[in-house]
Design a protein around this ligand. Structure first.
Ligand code: PLP
Length: 483
């Protein structure tokens, strides 16, 4: 061993030669740019074991599908099979360079090609793009395509996108980002779009209608075929927000209903981990009318080979994402579809719908159910009874659920239900877990009568109590503070 910065003769040193990798010729401070050197708050000095315990404990303070029931409505927090992670880790996929040419990434392109065929079969569309990185990105992509379609037909003045008042906030936001104005249509007493209002505004200014079906109330629109017809007659495009597709896999296909274009959230329906901002994938499917406008490059088969083609699609809107999208998310969803098969996917939706109806039936005596009809994969109850009698809000009930060991449902959404609690149990939960959640919700309803204060001051067992959640997310305080 050559000369070392470590003083081997110092007391406490056994004189054992250090491995080469530890040989540092200069003090570490001389190697780092001066401005990068920490001036205050030295890092805590702890052993590796203490560090491991610290981070393991921190990780367990969080909620996740792997540790807790997570009925966050509209988000489809189902279990993500671990086998899919192994497949996404295969080095043939992970070790490719983004700039490698098509000849060298035939496996990845074949996967994308097959996945496109699967999604076409599941949802009935003609073709898909995998570029969009999330649902909202898919919406924007689809709206760019819709704009290009109208322009191509010589009707560029169509400038209105219709959304129902139950729509997800991303729908009007995407429309606005694409330069459209939005018209909001009211839902009726059964939670369907009010078709008379729709007819009144369906004229030649309409570019598209954006619709989630089942909608965010968890209800399948009973007049969906009439709605599609009204928009088509007015020359508009019918857009399907596929975030709730977990309710209709193998049961009905949006393209068969008449939807022209759609996005799907692979990270919701096709079981890839999400939350905390991603990564996700929001592929967009289009029927014959809209297909020419899909982003390029597209994977096409040329003889026995897969190529990335741009020049076959002169009407394309171009690129919306680097390279070929979030491949590892697409890969996990591909593994999920392959492992379940057609009958497995149908069972997913059937069980998701059964689980939701089971819970809704058990809870409707304790919480107000604004739309009392068969739901799809999720349902919305309201805390107005509790608010009127005891001053307890949906937020308080959500916080109290944390004490019972459950992730709260989505609250205050959709906007049309006062004190909304939107519950999506998903298909991967056992009847035992559903019953535990139901019994927690019933206990909380009883506590509202007997001990309202315990609910208003919940949660009681968490490391932090009530946070300013918007501030905590936007302006987190991550500094190390010496205890
Ligand atoms: C989640 C969701 C979206 C947006 O999808 P992201 O992947 O979060 O961007 C759009 N519409 C509905 C109904 C949703 O639930």
């Amino acid at each position: 061993m050559s000369e070392s910065i470590f003083d081997l003769s110092s007391p406490g040193n056994s004189g054992v030669a250090l491995p080469d990798c530890m040989e540092l010729k200069e003090p570490i401070d001389d190697l780092l740019p001066k401005e990068m050197i920490r001036k205050e708050l030295p890092l805590p000095e702890v052993s590796e074991l203490d560090a491991v315990r610290h981070f393991t404990k921190l990780s367990q303070k969080n909620f996740s599908v792997d540790t807790h029931f997570y009925p966050l409505g509209s988000c489809t927090m189902k279990y993500n099979p671990k086998a899919n992670e192994e497949i996404a880790k295969l080095s043939g996929f992970t070790d490719i360079h983004p700039f490698q040419n098509a000849d060298e990434i035939q496996g990845t392109l074949e996967m994308l090609y097959n996945m496109e065929a699967y999604l076409c079969e599941i949802f009935g569309f003609n073709a898909f793009t995998f570029q969009p990185a999330a649902g909202a990105h898919g919406e924007l992509t689809a709206l760019f395509m819709i704009r290009a379609f109208h322009k191509d037909r010589g009707q560029p003045s169509r400038n209105i996108v219709i959304v129902p008042d139950s729509s997800h906030g991303t729908n009007p936001a995407s429309a606005s980002m694409c330069g459209y104005k939005t018209t909001v249509i009211k839902s009726n007493k059964r939670g369907n779009i009010d078709i008379d209002s729709l007819i009144k505004c369906a004229d030649d200014s309409i570019a598209a209608l954006m619709l989630t079906n089942p909608n965010t109330l968890g209800l399948f629109d009973e007049h969906i075929l009439d709605i599609v017809e009204v928009i088509h007659k007015a020359g508009g495009i019918v857009y399907y927000d596929g975030a709730n597709a977990n309710a209709n896999l193998g049961v009905c296909r949006p393209a068969d209903i008449g939807f022209d274009i759609a996005h799907f959230n692979l990270h919701k329906t096709f079981s890839t981990p999400h939350g905390g901002g991603g990564p996700g994938a929001g592929p967009v499917g289009a029927n014959k009318k809209l297909e020419p406008f899909l982003p390029v490059p597209r994977v096409v088969k040329d003889g026995g080979k897969f190529i990335l083609s741009e020049n076959l699609f002169p009407k394309s809107i171009g690129r919306v994402h680097e390279f070929n999208g979030n491949i590892n998310v697409i890969l996990k969803a591909y593994a999920y579809i392959k492992s379940l098969g057609a009958s497995g996917l149908k069972q997913v939706s059937e069980k998701a719908v059964k689980n939701a109806n089971y819970m809704m039936g058990k809870l409707k005596d304790y919480y107000y159910l604004p739309y009392d009809r068969t739901c799809q994969h999720e349902f919305v109850i309201s805390a107005i009874w509790q608010k009127e009698k005891y001053g307890i809000k949906a937020l308080d009930i959500a916080k109290r659920l944390i004490d019972y060991g459950f992730h709260p449902p989505t609250i205050y959404f959709p906007l049309i239900v006062e004190e909304a609690l939107m519950i999506e149990p998903t298909e991967t939960e056992s009847i035992k877990t559903l019953d535990q959640f139901i019994s927690a919700m019933i206990s909380i309803a009883k506590e509202c009568e007997t001990n309202p204060e315990i609910i208003k001051s919940a949660p009681h067992n968490t490391p932090v109590r009530r946070l300013d959640e918007a501030k905590a997310a936007r302006d987190p305080d991550l500094k190390y503070v010496k205890p």
